[in-house]
Write a protein that binds this ligand. Structure first.
Ligand code: ADP
Ligand code: ZN
Ligand code: ZN
Length: 738
């Protein structure tokens, strides 16, 4: 049948192969491009798949070959470079190609046949009208509903559409109409593209180091190179990014900027908006599917030239891509931890290579992987060692906790330092990576503790809500007033989290505003912005926060930073724990003494002589990192050797163990060239969310050997009978061993 055309389709399903489909005569004259979507029958479902290529022949017998139901797009949704990247990623991460494409596709396109971006109305405050705030309040006094809607719009920077308004209020249509008539608000189509206008000019000249870095990177701008921009916090890395963006945008090319999950601050956005004459789109998790797709579409059609976003933004088609920047390249949020477990930084490097363009990896604390690549001269490095404002990097001191009297986990010396800084009108930040009031409750009479019923973990006590939360599986229950075992009411809260520290400091320093910034206090829309605003202005004198506060924020009044708990990381089983601690200490310390007042950093520990802390304090992050790299090398860990984990979990522990035992048997059946296999062993937290978890580690000196073996092994695993009763996954270059 010469009239029949056949296409190879990536179907969103957990299988490693692709599927061939027939195009019927109706499509005879259609131009087929790789990257177009098709609606297909798959088993009993009708799914959306992606055409990978048109082929002349198939091994599928013609009686079994199904026909495509509909071709959904008239052109490819991905450009060639992205298709190549995704196919490579499916092989490298040993992940089903259909699911890789599904992950890369905006959610809106996974569920809607029509790919025209929906242009819905959005309403926002009209800043052009001349009425003063109190005048507006006066006008709206008799219309409480209008006032409420007005406040909601005022709280949202980019405006709200019908979908957003529906989720936060009801009966908003007539108040919106009334507000429009009063010209207090304006109506616009979906806010995908921010038309930035250069309004701010530099009121300072670039530092020598900044100019050198910019010049050096620009001299390589016509070809591929990986540039690590290693600048201490406050050294003006963003200024270097802006300058590089200007050149690339002026040459009519697009720029992709990746930022960590919590690095996308309003401050950063504002700097890009004020400084560049271009159309910007932002992609982040707080946007709804329609908004994200509209932004993606604007980027893919070159209506926007600058694209800023978190991890999955790496999959945005950019026809004129000229530069990629990965800010805070060491950040863990670039690694997806479930499903398609890609690392956006690593894919960004490959994408830059495929496009023959430069990529900049910025960080005050580059990852050990990147440092290794610098050492081996695969990456170039540019240093910004001085802070832009010439202020010295703050001095770091250790507070020895041994035999000190502690109050809520804080030493007397720490508390008196806090008092001194407050007396001198300084602002301070206490960092503790633990939310809630206390990590567990314990019965004083019998020792019973609040364990999670579904995990090998304690449940955290949240005092304000009178609840216990498991931070591993999300279980919640009311906090007990009595011991479950002996009925005693003598219940103690053991240890301290942000909530407890906040409460203690507020009662100790009643005249100072204490602000807690963690996931619990910033859940409501606008509350993080509000807290950051108060922190920035100095209105909040004491900030108590988790790692949300470690990066991106610039608090000009901050003079003291305290890190309350380091001992856990010093003795963690996780091979990256030391690296994370060093990065955290360096990043958090960099928050202090940014402006007029000199900064000080205090770190509490029971192990002031620990070689890691000593190295970090006396020699700095880079020396520490070199040392850590040596240790990784002697332990055979990444980046010296390549690591992959096969994870498996099931409600029945035996089922998971059986599958992994079968997996090992399979592996023993073939010759392996330089691939070492260890396990199965229990995961560090054996039971989580009611499932028992085990794993097998694979190590190799050569990526290629590992990849070859995995591409043989993974489809075999899928065939195992024991695979049906368990959940399993392959994690290539895992971020942690949990
Ligand atoms: P980083 O991202 O490296 O932490 P930023 O780019 O945020 O640093 O810069 C820190 C601060 O220094 C910002 O307020 C910025 O406006 C300012 N800054 C940057 N470059 C210069 C310069 N050359 N001279 C003076 N101030 C600068
Ligand atoms: Zn008891
Ligand atoms: Zn749990």
């Amino acid at each position: 049948m010469p009239n029949n055309r056949i296409v190879k389709v990536a179907v969103p399903c957990p299988l490693y192969n692709t599927f061939d489909y027939l195009l019927d005569t109706e499509h005879r004259n259609l131009t087929i491009q790789a990257g177009m979507r098709v609606r297909i029958q798959f088993g009993r479902q009708k799914l959306i798949g992606i055409i990978l290529e048109e082929i002349q022949q198939t091994d599928v017998p013609s009686s079994k070959l199904k026909t495509v139901i509909a071709v959904l797009d008239n052109h490819s949704l991905f450009n060639a470079d992205l298709l190549k990247l995704l196919l490579w990623a499916a092989r490298y991460y040993v992940h089903p190609p259909g699911d890789v494409f599904q992950t890369a596709l905006p959610v809106y396109l996974r569920n809607n046949d029509d790919a025209t971006p929906a242009l819905s109305n959005v309403w926002r405050i009209n800043h052009k009208q001349s009425m003063a705030q109190d005048e507006i309040q006066q006008t709206l006094k008799r219309a409480p509903k209008q006032q409420q809607v007005y406040q909601l719009l005022a709280a949202s920077e980019s405006g709200l559409d019908a979908e957003a308004l529906n989720t936060i209020t009801s009966n908003w249509r007539s108040p919106i109409k009334a507000l429009l008539e009063k010209q207090l608000i304006e109506q616009d189509v979906i806010p995908a593209v921010i038309k930035a206008k250069k309004t701010a000019i530099l009121d300072y000249s670039l530092t020598q180091e900044q100019s050198t870095a910019i010049k050096s990177i620009q001299s390589h701008r016509h070809g591929h190179a990986v540039h690590v921009l290693n600048g201490v916090t406050g050294s003006g890395k963003t200024e270097v990014y802006l300058s590089l963006c200007e050149t690339v945008l002026a040459a009519d090319r697009q720029v992709l900027i990746l930022v960590p999950e919590i690095g996308l601050t309003p401050q950063l956005m504002q700097r890009f908006r004020e400084r560049l004459n271009t159309n910007i789109v932002v992609l982040h998790s707080a946007m709804n599917d329609k908004q994200r797709y509209a932004a993606w579409h604007a980027a893919s059609t070159n209506q926007a030239q600058l694209v800023i976003g978190t991890r999955s933004t790496i999959f945005t088609p950019l026809p004129k891509l000229g530069l990629i920047i990965v800010d805070e390249e060491h950040d863990g949020s670039y690694k997806q931890q479930d499903g398609f477990r890609y690392n956006a930084r690593d894919l960004a490097i490959l994408r830059a290579k495929n496009n023959n363009i430069p990529i900049v990896l910025g960080s005050a604390t580059p990852s050990i992987e990147s440092l290794n690549n610098i050492n081996e001269q695969r990456y170039m490095v540019h240093y910004l060692k001085q802070r832009a404002n010439k202020k010295p990097v703050p001095s770091i001191k250790l507070v020895n906790l041994c035999s000190q009297k502690l109050r809520e986990g804080m030493a007397e010396t720490l508390l008196s330092a806090i008092k001194q800084h407050l007396d001198k009108q300084g602002q301070l930040l206490l960092f503790i990576n633990r939310r809630g009031f206390a990590p567990l409750l314990m019965c004083h009479d019998c020792g019973w503790t609040t364990n999670c019923l579904r995990c090998d973990a304690h449940m955290t006590f949240h005092k304000g809500r009178k609840q216990l939360h498991c931070h591993h599986c999300g279980s919640q229950r009311p906090a007990p007033e009595q011991c479950d075992e002996c009925g005693s009411t003598n219940i103690l809260a053991i240890g301290a989290g942000t909530e407890r520290i906040e409460q203690y400091l507020q009662s100790t320093f009643p005249d100072t505003q204490v602000s807690r910034i963690d996931r619990d206090t910033t859940r409501n829309k606008g509350s993080l912005e509000d807290k950051l605003e108060k922190a920035h202005s100095g209105e909040s004198g004491i900030l108590v926060g988790t790692q949300m506060l470690a990066k991106g924020h610039d608090f000009p009044n901050l003079t003291l930073v305290c890190i309350l708990d380091t001992d856990q990381s010093l003795f963690s089983a996780d091979f990256r724990a030391a690296e994370h601690l060093a990065q955290l200490v360096t990043q958090v310390s960099g928050r202090a003494g940014r402006a007029e007042k000199a900064g000080e950093v205090l770190i509490q520990t029971h192990h002031p002589d620990h070689p890691l802390l000593q190295k970090l304090l006396h020699k700095g992050y880079l020396s520490f990192a070199e040392e850590a790299l040596k240790e990784r090398r002697s332990a055979g860990l990444p980046p010296a050797r390549h690591l992959t984990i096969l994870r498996c979990e099931s409600v029945e522990p035996k089922a998971a163990q059986l599958f992994l035992n079968h997996a090992i048997e399979q592996a023993q059946r073939v010759e392996k060239d330089n691939v070492d296999i260890f396990g199965p062993i229990p995961a560090p937290m054996e039971r989580r969310a009611g499932r028992f978890r085990y794993q097998i580690m694979l190590q190799s000196d050569h990526r290629k050997s590992l990849r070859q073996f995995l591409s043989w092994w993974a489809p075999q695993l899928q065939q195992l009978n024991s695979a049906r009763k368990v959940r399993w996954s392959i994690d290539v270059d895992p971020y942690d061993t949990f």
